[in-house]
Design a protein around this ligand. Structure first.
Ligand code: NAD
Length: 293
């Protein structure tokens, strides 16, 4: 644990929120987890407990450590239940509207000294900060997916973020055992500014019939030494999140090279959001993933 941060609130119990809750509790923080309902928060806690069990089986954590970590997560039913937290990390869906409405409800209940952070993949930290009562205590703390396995966290300051907030955020991220890279506040920061156009290009490659799903992923795994193919990775990130990031790049940088591929739009419109919904560029409903094109 670090400095004045002892209790961490996590908003959004999806794949990122659960991962963030897991690394925080393993590092000794008390965690309060909230989603759109008490049931969703409880199911998030159950997923973290399951992930901790797998970590025990893999020998990454001992049994009692995992049980203690699971017990430190409290799923709660409303944002008001985060009133005592020293740091709140928002990890809800990649939509500025959703994030703004969360901050509007959350800020009035937070302690004045609490730090508020967003795990956004792409949205301006300065703009999100301006929708809060504490732009000087607002940060972009951008974890990578899957959070327990990925070493990096990108830190992004808004224009008004004070040094003390930045230093506290650095101390917090280091206490989780993660490495830090600092990005300026531009659309999609560093990792996604580079990664998402590559994924979008892979989807154009599929759309134009240059190769099948399998050919594109195999080409990039064996030909460029990527651990996952770009379409497999898109499914893993979530196609809704990929599209939202491309839209932020397209709107924010006003360059047609960031135009989201129409095929990506179509998949999202179909509700084929990738692994989390059971179908994307692969169909995950059987025993092994099967390409959908
Ligand atoms: P997800 O779809 O798995 O989860 C989003 C969660 O937010 C859902 O459980 C949803 O119910 C919840 N939510 C929506 N509105 C809410 C509200 N008003 N109050 C509380 N909870 C609400 O998405 P994710 O992949 O976990 O992404 C979450 C955030 O993390 C996004 O900002 C995304 O850009 C960012 N991120 C994602 C990745 C990735 O690879 N998926 C990586 C880094 C950062």
């Amino acid at each position: 644990m670090t400095g004045n941060i002892k209790s961490v609130g996590v908003v959004g119990a999806g794949q990122m929120g659960c991962g963030i809750a897991q690394v925080c509790t393993v590092a000794g923080y008390d965690v309060r987890l909230v989603d759109v309902s008490a049931e969703a928060a409880a199911s998030g806690k159950a997923k973290v407990a399951e992930a901790l069990e797998s970590a025990v089986e893999a020998g990454r954590i001992d049994k009692s450590g995992a049980a203690e970590a699971a017990a430190r997560i409290l799923p709660v039913g409303s944002l008001a239940d985060l009133a005592e937290c020293d740091l709140v990390i928002e990890a809800a869906s990649e939509s500025e509207e959703v994030k703004r409405s969360i901050f509007a409800k959350l800020c009035p209940v937070l302690k004045p000294e609490a730090i508020l952070a967003s795990n956004t993949s792409s949205i301006s930290i300065t703009r999100l900060a301006s929708a809060t009562d504490r732009p000087e205590r607002f940060m972009g703390i951008h974890f990578m997916n899957p959070v327990p396995r990925m070493k990096l966290v990108e830190l992004v300051r808004g224009i008004a973020t004070e040094d003390v907030t930045f230093e506290a955020s650095k101390g917090f991220v280091r206490s989780l055992g993660k490495k830090i890279t600092v990005s300026e506040d531009f659309p999609a920061f560093i990792v996604n500014r580079i990664l998402l156009p590559m994924i979008n290009e892979a989807i154009y490659t599929l759309y134009e019939g240059v190769g099948s799903v399998e050919a594109i992923d195999t080409a990039m795994k064996l030909g460029a030494n990527h651990p996952m193919g770009p379409l497999e990775l898109a499914d893993f990130i979530g196609l809704d999140t990929c599209l939202a990031i491309m839209q932020v790049l397209h709107d924010g940088l006003a360059d047609t090279k960031y135009r989201p591929c129409p095929l990506l739009v179509k998949y999202v419109e179909a509700g084929w959001l990738g692994k989390k919904s059971g179908r994307g560029f692969y169909d995950y409903r059987g025993e092994t993933p099967v390409p959908t094109r």
